[in-house]
Design a protein around this ligand. Structure first.
Ligand SMILES: [Zn+2]
Length: 459
């Protein structure tokens, strides 16, 4: 078992052979070896190790495409709080759990050009990330610079993100403007990610008499129907414009039902986060409820049960974390007023183990579900499939060798000084080796080379 180093022989180009494993793609399992040359997959089949070839012995193990978390908040400031995770910490945990690409957000700030914003965010990741990084763009100056838009898409920015709420943060976009953006994005083949909570529904919630020391009040302020109303409106716009639309962090089964019903008339996909499948508003009760404040909020057990059933039967194209880890100090500082507590949960390190435990162990789904919903479909959303998200000749050699039945170990959602979202949860999924574009970055669950991060910024 393990990993044999290269010999001393002369080599023109470095190759690695992943030998003896079972490959999983969205098409199912296949017993085959994978030869990696440089950054790409060169051959797949029954392959014999070369005399001086570096060999990863995957006998008895499973080989997955490098997985992708399309929704992470890292190395950024949200409100008054600096996020707990930087690219070094978040990307380390990502690769150690089998994630080889993450997608973050470029949110334009006031007084800043979109180009400045892109450069500011790239600088946070450049040379400091162990996995590859993509960015979704959120322009905040209306109207957008439509001439600049086409150039951004041809430069590789395939996804944009807008919000139907957060007026006070300067992020609100009306349905009218969403429709205009969709008309512009559709012919470019770019996709729009939308945070769906109807602002008028939220504004109409009667807040007098509510107890703002009780974290459960946050869920009352952001009711399920706000998500449903916004999703209905966005689906209509998607159908009218033909724009590809992706609904982020779906938290209600009713909104999901509307999305499912619209798939024939609109190019729509959606994600949920593992915390909506594992936790309920019961987590908001008791002394530590403020730690579980996130938006959209955790829902009722009845909703969670429906979401879990939908996840197990393939209703979500993909799963993503909305990783947004705040420091313990920031979570605790104003816990006596839940309106002032920063909303967000750590999750990046829990994505793969939590979905493995839920889909594969609990619901007996094949391991290919992870290849489909955590690699292929996320890569398609980002517009980088099959370069990423696939095990195919010519694809980037992003590969993950796992033992699904290893010793149980704790699920860890962040390496930063932030509250653990999944305390006491364990997984038998053990990550042995991870390649990022042909480079071995993880061996037996640990970083190989901390000082030379291998990640690249995709766009
Ligand atoms: Zn988010």
């Amino acid at each position: 078992m393990g990993h044999r180093g290269p010999g001393n022989g002369h080599r023109t180009e470095q190759t690695i052979l992943v030998h003896g494993g079972t490959l999983w793609t969205e098409d199912g399992p296949r017993r085959a070896d994978v030869r990696v040359t440089g950054e790409s997959i060169a051959e797949i089949g029954a392959l014999t190790p070369g005399r001086h070839e570096e060999v990863i012995d995957a006998a008895g193990l499973h080989v997955l495409p490098g997985m992708i978390d399309v929704h992470v908040h890292v190395g950024d400031t949200i409100g008054r709080c600096e996020l707990a995770d930087t690219f070094p910490t978040a990307s380390e945990l990502a690769v150690r759990t089998g994630i080889t690409t993450v997608a973050g957000f470029v949110t334009q700030r006031s007084g800043e050009t979109l180009g400045d914003a892109i450069e500011r965010c790239r600088a946070r990741a450049r040379g400091r990330t162990h996995c590859d990084v993509a960015f979704h763009l959120t322009p905040t100056v209306w109207p957008w610079d439509w001439a600049e838009l086409a150039g951004l898409v041809s430069a590789g920015f395939n996804t944009f993100k807008l919000y139907t709420t957060y007026r006070e943060a300067g992020l609100f976009t009306s349905y009218e403007r969403l429709g205009i953006v969709m008309e512009r994005l559709a012919p470019l083949g770019a996709r729009l990610l939308v945070h769906c909570e109807d602002d008028a529904t939220l504004a109409a919630v009667e807040s007098s008499g509510l107890d703002f020391t009780d974290p459960r009040t946050h869920a009352m302020l952001r009711p399920e129907r706000a998500e449903v109303v916004a999703v209905e409106s966005v689906l209509d716009l998607a159908a009218r414009t033909g724009c590809g639309v992706h609904v982020v962090h779906v938290s209600t089964a009713d909104a999901l039902a509307h999305i499912a019903a619209a798939r024939g008339r609109a190019a729509v996909s959606c994600e949920t986060a593992p915390h909506y499948l594992r936790f309920t508003d019961a987590a908001l009760a008791g002394g530590h409820g403020h730690r579980y404040l996130c938006t959209p909020p955790l829902r009722s057990e009845a909703t969670r049960i429906r979401l879990e059933a939908a996840a197990a039967t393939g209703s979500f194209e993909l799963f993503a974390t909305d990783h947004c880890a705040f420091t313990r100090a920031d979570k605790d500082a104003r816990r006596d007023d839940i309106r002032a507590v920063p909303k967000g949960l750590a999750g990046i390190g829990a994505l793969i183990p939590a979905m493995f435990e839920l889909l594969v162990k609990r619901h007996r789904r094949p391991l290919g579900e992870l290849a489909l919903r955590l690699a292929a479909n996320p890569a398609k959303l980002l517009g980088v499939y099959p370069k990423k998200g696939a095990i195919a000749v010519g694809s980037d050699a992003d590969l993950v060798v796992v033992d699904t039945d290893g010793p149980p170990h704790p699920v860890t959602s962040t390496l930063a000084d932030s509250y653990e979202t999944y305390p006491g949860r364990t997984t038998t999924l053990n990550v042995r080796q991870v390649l990022v574009r042909g480079r071995l970055v993880v061996e037996d669950g640990a970083l190989v080379d901390r000082r030379h991060p291998a990640g690249r910024i995709l766009a």
